[in-house]
Design a protein. Sequence first.
Length: 118
Amino acid sequence: QVQLMESGGGLVQPGGSLRLSCAASGRITSFGAMGWYRQAPGKERELVARIFNVGSTNYAGSVKGRFTISRENAKNTNMVYLQMNSLKPEDTAVYYCYAYESGYGDYWGKGTLVTVSS
């Protein structure tokens, strides 16, 4: 079994920065993709950023140029990070870590709340 655990959320002022981290634990495996989704109150969950095992990335248009996704795959370690700069109130949401494993499907973390407010 695989578990994903997010950390790094919190309250930040508009224009500020936060760095989210996600650690995978349990069965050691190679994920085809890892990334971040978010869900704001009253809205559907949406893709924020995704990074594939070959290193290519996808970003939502609303965060491109402000957020950067990165990944660390070392022995016994699967981590994904989201550096968020120039945060805006509309970035307020619960951010969920995501991982995809071929033959098994998707895994999700429980989420971490990011609040951008003055």
